[in-house]
Write a protein of this length. Structure first.
Length: 102
């Protein structure tokens, strides 16, 4: 996905001015790229779950977090700035779509 497509996608759910303003706020950007803002490709809610279900979800979260961290390390080691940038952009866009701040 190129930057125009990404911007069009994000603008479908967030007002462009609000998104642009958020990107200028260092605290918001750090929140968006931080470990506590990872958007998982599965339901990570532990609300109203049994202990066994919460344990299973926690395991999936830990596995996904480890895989993302390993991928980031690999991209830095190989100097693949393009894919690293794309990974970061996807994280920020997912955070923007899911945040109640915007």
């Amino acid at each position: 996905m190129d930057s125009n497509q990404a911007e069009q996608t994000i603008n479908m759910t967030i007002h462009p001015t609000t998104y642009t303003s958020a990107l200028k706020d260092p605290d918001w950007v750090w929140d968006a790229i931080g470990i506590n803002s990872v958007s998982y490709p599965f339901d990570d809610s532990r609300y109203n779950k049994t202990d066994a279900q919460r344990k299973e979800i926690r395991g999936m979260v830990n596995e996904y977090d480890s895989a993302i961290a390993a991928r980031i390390g690999e991209l830095i080691a190989t100097g693949d700035d393009t894919e690293l940038g794309q990974l970061i952009r996807e994280q920020v866009e997912a955070f923007a779509k899911n945040t109640t701040v915007l």
